[in-house]
Design a protein around this ligand. Structure first.
Ligand code: 5GP
Length: 180
């Protein structure tokens, strides 16, 4: 698997350090608040799993799975909900947990959808931010790392469902693409 990694962009140690810092910030900001950490499947799973253990507060977590309607409508930001929340959110502060914000279209749709359910607040924590590619006016409230416009894998991020279990964020060699 690792023979296709051109370079390590963010090491395992750097990830752990930054996730711990984000957890401390979130712990300060949400003290005394009813917090629901919302993970977006599948990419956010490793990040969220590490992050919640750095948030030293009572919290609940749940997941949503979203899928884009397909290449031709991708830029419209219309997404399909494949898995929804298990209960109403009117009494909670939602913290959306994302692996990466790229164009921002997925997040824009998700925030609007959740807003209509009247939660106490909605904020976003993302591990990675590719701000150069932003199309929608959405910005994460907490960001692990700002990264250049490169296709990255690892720590939850995939290429064709592979590489999610790498413990670091890496950039793929061009050879990795030629098999599809
Ligand atoms: P957007 O912000 O464009 O609506 O979409 C964000 C989603 O696109 C992410 O959750 C992720 O699934 C995918 N994505 C965007 N950039 C990358 C990348 O560099 N690597 C991988 N593996 N997925 C990405």
């Amino acid at each position: 698997m690792e023979e296709y990694i051109a370079k390590v962009l963010i090491s395992r140690e750097e990830l752990a350090k930054r996730v711990s810092e984000l957890g401390a910030e979130i712990t300060r900001d949400y003290a005394g608040k009813n917090l629901l950490v919302l993970g977006i499947l599948k990419g956010a799973v490793p990040f969220m799993s590490d992050l919640i253990r750095e948030i030293k507060l009572p919290l609940a977590y749940d997941f949503m799975a979203l899928s884009s309607y397909g290449a031709s409508t991708q830029s419209s930001g219309v997404v399909r909900i494949l898995k929804d929340l298990e209960r109403s959110v009117e009494d909670v502060h939602i913290l959306i947990t994302e692996d990466i914000v790229d164009t921002g279209l997925t997040l824009q749709y998700l925030k609007a959808n959740l807003k209509a359910r009247n939660p106490l607040s909605i904020k976003v924590v993302t591990l990675l931010d590719k701000a150069a590619r932003r199309q929608a006016e959405v910005f994460p409230d907490y960001n692990g790392f700002s990264i250049p416009d490169e296709f990255v894998v690892g720590y939850g991020l995939d290429f064709n469902e592979e590489y999610r279990n790498l413990p670091y964020i890496g950039v793929l060699k061009p050879e990795a693409y030629k098999f599809i």
